[in-house]
Design a protein around this ligand. Structure first.
Ligand SMILES: Nc1nc2c(ncn2[C@@H]2O[C@H](COP(=O)(O)OP(=O)(O)OP(=O)(O)O)[C@@H](O)[C@H]2O)c(=O)[nH]1
Ligand SMILES: [Mg+2]
Length: 632
């Protein structure tokens, strides 16, 4: 079975609702006020089963729109999901203002198929009908409705004349309609919300893509509310699922009518992000009354939503009628829009349709160099290069698969298939769950090497830069940074030693003065033996400044040339080795030793003796028992 959506369009009173009723038997004017005034105010719905060109069953869902100029906004909420349009023109009135406005809208929305229906054929004579037909043919010239692609059929809903021809034309056109993708991610723009006795909250809409199953949990955009699908109805019949291209009614749990309204979109949960800024390609109709200036406010209509939005052009200050430009739309609140979504803009006041276009990017970043080239590429619409450009835009931060899905609306499988080539040719790299632009990674690697070099230049006395400090300098995420370090280490451009990163073979490099100072400190301590000088005196006598001298001491301690045995006392390791030997020699005479004996043995004062003995205790050379030490 094939399901398609048929929409009406055309001027007020031209017989749209009467035609839908003549075809389906259903009166789409459901409001009491509509029946009383004899005009359509809001969207109406009907359905019809026909046999398709190949004998298969063909299900037509009708969306009947109002023709009144005051209700164009309602017409816009209904026309979004239309596969096949019936442009209704009354034979006794021919082309009127909303014939033109609705037709402009259909073209701006990119509707591909349609039939022009000359209604009220019973109300005119044959010559008038011929004249109208010629007028209409001229009007349609060069458009998607130009015959023979878009046939013109004359009918009378009153007498039934021409209705069979129209049905045949619909069957033929339906065969040409590209089926919507039921495997894509689902989006249902809400066009009606109401309560049904015994059911609770019901929303309806034309399912623009994907499939919605009973018991599925959906997210409501932009509010973020989660709702469970308690029941699915398609064309008034309960079922397990609705697929793209079907008029769909969902009975929802966990939501009341106040939580939902026309303009919201239902989609799989935690998949998309609503945005307040979108980059678009915009065309201004040649019939627009004046140029459109940057910063102008306009009425923005997309899917079933509408909002007063501000427009800002990229590259130009204003757009003249009949021309096209890239623009950023600033919405007053967040909305779920995806690349490829069509929209209409209407002048702020007086409200007339002036243009429309296509959403290119609903996750724009602040303006960046090459922004227009990026939009140009998105407009060209080649999925593999779009994905590559989106990944490249994030630099070395890369993008996760879920981010790519949210930005494009494409499925995981489709994205995998489209990035496969870039990954294989190493234009994009996979790092953990990220896709990252290869040139950006090369740039990051260079930045890492530069940072390490810079560090060595400024800190000749330190063995390398701490990993975390380096990562912060190059502003990379842990995963990407680690991957880059591994790559660089493999290429021998850097080395990692414990927590430090350094250039290969680049330990501590000493300048002459520092080397001289180091030697002086070392020699000074070595010569002093156990009668070491105060550290500050040693430092004061050096050519280098105090902080350098401190660093040199730190290095000597690190390398265990000097040994710190208490806060104030530092000894050369040779002096301590000598001490150890001395104590061991003493053991041959007596294994016991008190402080006095120790002072006599070593020649040091009490000030040095106690810390040294405690050091020996710690080193398990001696053991304190009361006031004496046992030599172990
Ligand atoms: N004689 C004749 N009258 C028709 C025909 N179709 C519609 N009408 C009449 O034209 C009037 C308007 O018809 P509708 O179907 O309500 O027109 P509409 O295009 O739906 O109007 P809006 O929804 O308000 O834009 C009604 O009085 C219909 O009876 C037709 O084929 N022949
Ligand atoms: Mg009507």
């Amino acid at each position: 079975m094939k399901s398609i959506i048929v929409g009406t369009a055309g001027h007020i009173d031209h017989g749209k609702t009467a035609l839908v009723k003549a075809l389906t038997g259903i009166d789409a004017d459901r409001l009491e006020e509509e029946k009383r005034r004899g005009i359509t105010i809001d969207l109406g719905f009907a359905h019809l089963d026909l046999t398709g060109a190949g004998g298969e069953s063909l299900h037509l869902g009708f969306v009947d729109v109002p023709g009144h100029e005051r209700f164009v906004r309602n017409m816009l909420a209904g026309v979004g999901g239309v596969d096949l349009v019936l442009l209704v023109i009354a034979a006794d009135e021919s082309i009127k203002p909303q014939t033109r406005e609705h037709f402009d809208i259909l073209q701006l929305l990119g509707v591909q198929r349609g039939i022009t229906v000359l209604t009220k054929s019973d109300a005119v004579d044959a010559e008038t009908l011929d004249v109208v037909r010629l007028e209409v043919e001229e009007f349609l010239h060069g458009t998607f409705l130009e015959p023979p692609k878009g046939p013109i059929v004359a009918v009378s809903s009153l007498t039934g004349a021409g209705l069979d021809d129209l049905k045949r034309a619909m069957v033929a056109a339906a065969a040409e309609v590209q089926p919507r993708d039921s495997k894509a991610l689902a989006r249902l723009p809400v066009d009606r919300v109401f309560t049904m006795k015994g059911f609770g909250t019901v929303v309806t809409g034309t399912l623009m893509s994907g499939t919605i199953h009973r018991d599925e949990v959906l997210e409501v955009f932009p509010t973020g509310r989660r709702v469970r699908v308690r029941g699915v109805q398609v064309h008034g019949q309960a079922g397990d699922a609705a697929v793209a291209g079907q008029r769909t009614a969902l009975n929802l749990a966990d939501a009341s009518t106040e939580d939902l309204s026309r303009g919201m979109i239902l989609a799989p949960e935690s998949t998309f992000t609503a945005a307040r800024r979108v980059d678009v390609q915009l065309s201004l109709l040649s019939s627009a009354p004046r140029p459109l200036k940057s910063r102008a406010h306009i009425h923005f209509h997309a899917n079933t939503m509408e909002a007063v939005a501000e427009i800002a052009f990229h590259g130009v200050k204003q757009l003249t009628p009949g021309s096209r430009a890239f623009a950023r739309i600033k919405l007053p609140g967040a909305a779920l829009l995806l690349p490829g979504d069509r929209f209409i803009i209407r002048q702020f006041s007086p409200v007339v349709t002036i243009g429309g276009g296509t959403v290119l990017d609903a996750a724009p970043v602040p303006r960046m160099p090459g922004h227009e080239a990026f939009l140009q590429l998105l407009a060209a619409g080649e999925p593999a290069s779009i994905l590559q450009a989106r990944i490249a835009r994030r630099g070395h931060n890369g993008m996760t698969m879920s981010r790519l899905i949210a930005e494009t609306g494409w499925t995981n499988n489709f994205i995998e298939s489209q990035v496969a080539k870039a990954v294989k040719e190493k234009v994009a790299l996979r790092i953990g769950d990220l896709f990252v632009d290869a040139p950006a990674i090369a740039g990051l690697q260079q930045a890492i090497v530069n940072s390490v070099e810079g560090f060595h230049r400024k800190n000749s006395l330190v063995g390398g830069i701490a990993r975390e400090a380096l990562r912060e300098q190059v502003k990379a995420s842990t995963d990407v940074f680690t991957a880059c370090l591994d790559l660089l280490a493999r290429e021998k451009k850097i080395e990692t030693v414990g927590d430090l990163v350094r250039l290969p073979g680049r330990g501590v490099v000493m300048k002459d003065e520092e080397a001289e100072s180091k030697k002086k400190i070392e020699d000074g301590f070595a010569a002093a033996g156990l009668k070491v000088p105060a550290l500050h005196e040693v430092i004061a006598g050096l050519k280098v400044d105090k902080s350098r001298a401190q660093k040199i001491v730190t290095l000597l301690l690190r390398d265990k040339i000097l040994v710190k045995i208490s806060d104030e006392l530092v000894f050369h390791r040779s002096a301590l080795e000598e001490l150890r030997r001395l104590v061991m020699t003493q053991k041959t005479k007596s294994s016991k030793m008190d402080v006095a004996k120790f002072k006599e043995l070593t020649g040091v004062s009490r000030k040095y003796a106690i810390p040294l003995l405690e050091y020996l205790d710690r080193e398990h050379v001696t053991k304190r028992i009361g006031d004496t030490r046992e030599i172990l």
